[in-house]
Design a protein around this ligand. Structure first.
Ligand code: GRF
Length: 186
């Protein structure tokens, strides 16, 4: 059984979906959740899911405290699900090709610093795109530039608002992220 940590900064709906998917898995387990925000809703979800969640500040990611904690807990891989801090070098080195992220658009378009949450969907609508989707990629030192593992698309209608695009993208996330995690880390 391999153990994964999920990192999240926000609501954590993907965290909940992933944890539920693997509840009875014999291959992967998710014993803990980490957030860089004390007040993130993901902590509430973790309570409901009966999984410990931990807060660490930016400095603790950078100075290796988080890495030490993960090693102590025997964590084999990391899943970023709406995690907004840049992953520091110490984690990238300790977990080479063992960290993946989901981005709510079709990279390489609409990625990079500042492109997260509703900003992404607003940019997609403003650009008049006819499709959007999800990109699951491995994480390297640049935002949203690691190797692409999986993409799925949804149509964007001329009448769609950013919220409507977000909702279609979320459906793709819930459908595909757990199974891609399963295939990639198995
Ligand atoms: C998702 O759209 C994910 O792709 C992005 O951040 C959002 C997180 O949503 N990176 P939630 O916290 O899982 O509800």
């Amino acid at each position: 059984m391999k153990k994964g940590a999920i990192f999240a900064s926000g609501s954590g709906s993907n965290v909940e979906n992933i944890v539920r998917y693997f509840e009875n898995s014999k291959t992967l387990s998710f014993p803990l959740i980490i957030s860089n925000r004390k007040d993130a809703f993901v902590h509430e979800r973790a309570k409901k899911l009966n999984i410990p969640s931990y807060f660490f500040g930016k400095q603790q990611f950078e100075d290796g405290e988080v890495l030490e904690f993960l090693l102590h807990k025997d964590i084999d891989f990391i899943v970023l699900a709406g995690f907004l801090l840049k992953v520091p070098q110490n984690l990238l080195q300790a977990y080479p090709d063992r960290i993946i992220n989901i981005h709510p658009a079709l990279l390489p378009k609409f990625g990079g610093k500042g492109m997260y949450g509703h900003f992404v969907h607003e940019a997609v609508v403003d650009a008049g795109e006819t499709e959007s989707g999800i990109t699951i990629h491995s994480v390297n030192e640049n935002y949203d530039e690691g190797q692409i593992i999986f993409q799925a698309k949804c149509p964007v209608l001329p009448t769609d608002t950013p919220d409507e695009v977000a909702s279609k993208v979320h459906q793709l996330e819930y459908k595909y992220f757990p199974e891609v995690i399963e295939r990639f880390f198995y």
